[in-house]
Design a protein around this ligand. Sequence first.
Ligand SMILES: NC(=O)c1ccc[n+]([C@@H]2O[C@H](COP(=O)([O-])OP(=O)(O)OC[C@H]3O[C@@H](n4cnc5c(N)ncnc54)[C@H](O)[C@@H]3O)[C@@H](O)[C@H]2O)c1
Ligand SMILES: N[C@@H](CC=O)C(=O)O
Length: 498
Amino acid sequence: MTTLSATLAKRLEDPRLFRQYAYVNGKWTHGEGGREEAVYDPATNEAIGHIPLLEAEQITAAVDAAEAAFVQWRALRADERCERLLAWYDLIQANREDLATIMTLEQGKPLPDARGEVQYGASFVRWFAEEGKRTYGETIPSHIPNASLGTIKEPVGIAAMITPWNFPLAMITRKAAAALAAGCPVIVKPANETPYSALALAELAERAGIPAGIFNVVLGDPAEVSKILCSESRIRALSFTGSTRVGRLLIEQSANTVKRLSLELGGNAPFIVGPDMDPKEAAFAAIDAKFQTAGQDCLAANRILVHESIHDEFVEHFSERMAALTLGNGLQSEIDLGPLIHRQAVEKAAAIVDDAISKGATVIGGDQSQAPGENFFMPVMLTGVTAQMKVWREENFAPVAGITAYSTDDEVIEMANDTEYGLAAYIYTHDIRRIWKLMRALEYGMVSVNSVKMTGPPVPFGGVKQSGLGREGGATGIDEYLETKYYCLGALGSVSGS
Ligand SMILES: NC(=O)c1ccc[n+]([C@@H]2O[C@H](COP(=O)([O-])OP(=O)(O)OC[C@H]3O[C@@H](n4cnc5c(N)ncnc54)[C@H](O)[C@@H]3O)[C@@H](O)[C@H]2O)c1
Ligand SMILES: N[C@@H](CC=O)C(=O)O
């Protein structure tokens, strides 16, 4: 098997950003048991490099290191932590091109998208660097004679983070920057498919002056590592982004240690198009909302619900635009869609399409003989999809779009809510009454009206129902890593107006 490590390192301006070790207590660490796993470029199936699989004692050592480092990190002033985070932000920006190259190689997304993700990921670091200075407590008018009451915010303690492969950098910074700004040490377990973005972040964190033990990256067998992180009582917060299936497992495994859980889980977004919309404009927006990151996005518009009066025209524009999408290796130019993460994802997508066809859907596109490689999946549009089909019920995480017609607002609300998920929904219409009615009735944590782009540092990102618990980003994202301590200062003598 060819190893691309040398080739990759040569492509980078700074080869020290490509690390094939875990990072614990400020040290690059190999697995003491000698276990390793290869990491593949999904576009070519060639191994990019290897990662060590740490042993249980090494994960516990990361917790020991974080516990020791916590004492000094929490004691820093908020503006001192802010400076370190801003230094990290600057380094991420300065190394954007290398970080994007690493990401494209391990994840497959086109290089311009990878650059965009680096920028997006960095923006959370800057946001939380500033938010850390605003973790205000409050003064409470006292009901107790001669007492002063109030609250202060304190870091929750060690925070563990388990992150997915589809956004290998931004899903880390959105959590880690919030925790670090709050005064918490962090232990990140990235997806084994995309560890190198996380390790490059660790290298830059060290250069930014984030002390040893404060930002750790552990690698290993996912089930093994997660079990340790969940059952470790010194870890007080666990933040997970990934599938609802694994999210449920982590809730169970964390029960005994009653820790703070933030869960950003799967989505199955409806994309509702009203009768007043220009079908071409709506179809082009739906293409963007569906095919970003080759459909491997928790915000992907999976169920496209189009008013019957414009359905056929919409489908025409959608299929025309879909046919123009270019698939290929993300390192090449002019690529719209990279590969799926691995062969199993391709097989899952094919099974979802077959299931829909067997239940009566019409298929457009998806000639897999045209795929530029084993892990690529040619975009597919399915019309006439129904609630009985997998494409409706499951998050497909592939370039597979399900389209169906509806006739009334009440009907489309019921269709959109007919899922266990509740992350994001899109509405396309200019009718203000319809917008308000739909927006209020949709059981989703985020609703975007006439805009594909909805995320960014200032917004509270998160879902309802089985799409998760808690919010990341925005003014409240840092609260996931803070405890509120109430104080009652009694026997103060006469305190007037307290
Ligand atoms: N809501 C959001 O913000 C958001 C963002 C990105 C991705 N996602 C979701 O993530 C999913 C895709 O990512 P994925 O395939 O990496 O998800 P996944 O649940 O398979 O994996 C996520 C993480 O959990 C780890 N993991 C896997 N199996 C495990 C196990 N048995 N025990 C403990 N940990 C385990 C993985 O190594 C990885 O680090 C989709 O469902 C997507 O919607 C959600
Ligand atoms: N696109 C999402 C990640 C989901 O997969 C985001 O912006 O956070």
